[in-house]
Design a protein around this ligand. Structure first.
Ligand code: FE2
Length: 386
């Protein structure tokens, strides 16, 4: 079997990588970037710093800072309007997953006329303006993926968009930008990365290239995420988490996510639960249900995360895996849907819609155990706790 691997052309990883935008643009022959960011990054002064670096090199640039969390089609159209005013030749994202996904959609839609929903999966976005991603969280891994998730303003559906037109041409991965991430964001984005690695490893589309990267990622996250949460200034933990997040992105972009992400997107869309947090709500129960489809693979995950001993049987390792994932979520104070503020009636009323959206995304088909709509509905009930 041939594995199909897609990666950015340039990756700069390490302290101060984010300062290499002018050099990266020159290397790629690009000269008119649109900078995409959000109000929070602007308030930190980081966008201005980037602009000063470009000014020093005499590089023309404009900014679009209207990115919203869980980016909407309306926000993308606003960014597209700025892009088209100034004849930009590339799009630079400075921010978290929402910002990078927004930049990707703006770049891929630059020369397209149909509404964005026309291009959601199973359609593909195969070309667009070059994208340079500078992530500020560790992280969605979006800097290395050919995926963007955009919420349709009219229907509230979280649409999955895929294609090489969404793959950044360069990623500047600088862990120093994550040193100020608050606890909740560190925990949520870290568990998102863990889900990327774990789902990529158990995916039906896993391959030898993604396997090694996924295992390295989950091993590092298990070791360093609690420290990054407890000691935000710990450079070793922040650096390890940033690399693990990028590796998680590479793994899932080339092996696909599975049932956790499939069921997570509708929770985010309907109840505005942050992406990593809704993954975390699902992680222990969905893993427990899926283990029988690939017990040896899940046991390898347990050992990579140091939750089980090399000498443990697969069955014991998998018991320890589920217990360890529950403990991790407890340690990182992941809320339940109820403690997040969702009522039981709201949750149960939404289950048929969430189950259908989860199935429509295609991600459940990559799961070791493939569920039907009724089983997904039942799993949403399990996650509620009833
Ligand atoms: Fe994710």
């Amino acid at each position: 079997m041939t594995s199909n691997i897609n990666l950015p052309r340039i990756m700069r990883i390490g302290a101060e990588a984010s300062r290499m935008l002018p050099a990266t643009l020159k290397e790629l022959g690009l000269s008119r970037p649109l900078l995409v960011s959000d109000a929070f990054i602007v308030s930190l002064g980081w966008l201005e710093t980037l602009e000063q670096q470009l000014d020093k090199e005499g590089i023309f640039h404009r900014r679009f800072t209207g990115v919203v969390p869980d980016p909407t089609t309306d926000a993308i159209y606003a960014g597209l309007a700025v892009l088209r005013e100034n004849d930009h030749d590339c799009v630079v994202a400075l921010g978290g997953g929402s910002t990078i996904d927004s930049a990707k959609a703006i770049a891929a839609m630059a020369r397209r006329d149909q509404p964005i929903r026309h291009y959601k999966v199973p359609q593909t976005l195969d070309d667009g303006l070059p994208i340079i991603a500078i992530p500020t969280t560790a992280g969605t891994g979006s800097e290395t993926t050919r995926v963007a998730v955009i919420t349709d303003t009219e229907t509230q559906e979280k649409m999955l968009c895929m294609g090489l037109g969404l793959m950044p041409v360069a990623a500047l991965v600088d862990f120093e930008l994550t040193m100020t991430m608050p606890l909740r964001l560190t925990a949520d984005t870290g568990i998102d990365s863990l889900c990327h690695a774990l789902e990529a490893y158990v995916s039906r589309k896993a391959n030898p290239f993604t396997d090694t990267i996924a295992l390295a990622s989950m091993s590092a996250i298990a070791k360093h995420l609690p420290t990054a949460c407890k000691e935000p200034d710990n450079r070793e933990a922040r650096e390890a988490m940033m690399l693990a997040a990028t590796q998680g992105g590479i793994a899932f972009s080339n092996a696909s996510v599975t049932l956790i992400h499939g069921m997570s997107r509708p929770i985010g869309a309907l109840f505005h639960v942050p992406h990593g947090m809704s993954n975390a709500m699902l992680l222990p129960d969905i893993s427990a249900w899926s283990i029988s489809g690939a017990p040896a693979r899940y046991a390898t995950c347990a050992r990579a995360m140091q939750l089980a001993q090399a000498s443990d049987s697969d069955e014991l390792a998998n018991q320890k895996l589920v217990a360890g994932l529950r403990q991790l979520c407890a340690d990182l104070q992941v809320p339940t849907p109820a403690s997040f503020g969702i009522s039981k009636a709201q949750w149960h009323d939404a289950i048929p819609t969430m189950a259908q959206q989860a199935l429509d995304s295609g991600s459940p088909n990559n799961n070791p155990l493939i569920p039907d709509a009724a089983q997904i509905a039942s799993l949403y009930q399990t996650v509620w706790g009833s």
